[in-house]
Design a protein around this ligand. Structure first.
Ligand code: E4P
Length: 219
């Protein structure tokens, strides 16, 4: 399973990129708004850090199909790795079809059921984003959705990739990998959480203490 970062914060993107683990970036209007900077300028800053290879999802704002297509084309013109994020609505499906026919990659977002995922895939979506955490928040098991979509896509050889989204902690990440997601998009704090284990810290402390105690010279 590939790792995407879910943020519009360029410092977090830089930090994750430096780790060599980053295969892509997802943003959404809330994440862009949180940074309080120009949308297009932010995308250009991100591209300056990660280059023109990793997919970068940038979401349209309009809810009307023709305007979504127009906005999507403007976003896609920034760089070949821009993926146009479209909300899962009837208009979103229309826009996805048109963008896909224009050779533009799409990520259909706010997926909360398998029927939505299959419709999005059939309309030509490159990616679908089932939201795990937000389903958990309403007392449904978000991971069941990822598992179900993954099974349906496998049975029917659907080429659309599944991005496990709304990932809140490292257990979500592992479960999404086991449930068959191709990608998990995670906040930077989850990447940090995934890197940590108390036994690693204890091990480092012991190695350091033992080394210092022996007073050997090296390096
Ligand atoms: C995915 O593309 C979304 O940006 C994101 O994962 C939403 O996560 P949240 O539910 O934590 O806001």
């Amino acid at each position: 399973m590939k790792i995407f970062i879910d943020t519009a914060n360029v410092e977090e993107i830089r930090a994750a990129h430096e780790l060599g683990v980053l295969a892509g970036i997802t943003t959404n209007p809330s994440l862009i708004a949180k940074e309080g900077k120009d949308f297009f300028a932010t995308l250009k800053e991100i591209i300056a850090i990660v280059g023109e290879q990793p997919p970068i999802s940038a979401e349209v704002i309009s809810l009307k199909a023709d305007e979504m297509v127009e906005q999507g084309k403007k976003l896609a013109a920034i760089s070949p790795n821009i993926v146009v994020k479209v909300p899962m609505t009837i208009d979103g499906l229309k826009a996805t079809k048109q963008l896909s026919e224009a050779g533009i990659k799409t990520n259909v977002t706010l997926i909360f059921s398998s029927t939505q995922a299959l419709l999005a895939a059939r309309s030509g979506a490159t990616y679908v984003s089932p939201f795990i955490g937000r389903l958990d928040d309403i007392n449904q098991i978000g991971m069941n959705l990822v598992r179900e979509v993954s099974e349906i896509f496998q049975i029917h050889s659907v080429p659309t990739e599944i991005i496990a989204a709304s990932v809140r902690h490292s257990a979500h990440f592992i479960e999404a990998a086991l449930a068959g997601a191709h990608i998990a998009t995670v906040p930077y704090k989850v990447i940090e959480q995934m890197s940590k284990h108390p036994l690693t810290d204890q091990g480092i402390a012991k190695f350091t203490a033992d080394w210092e105690g022996a007073k050997l010279s090296a390096f």
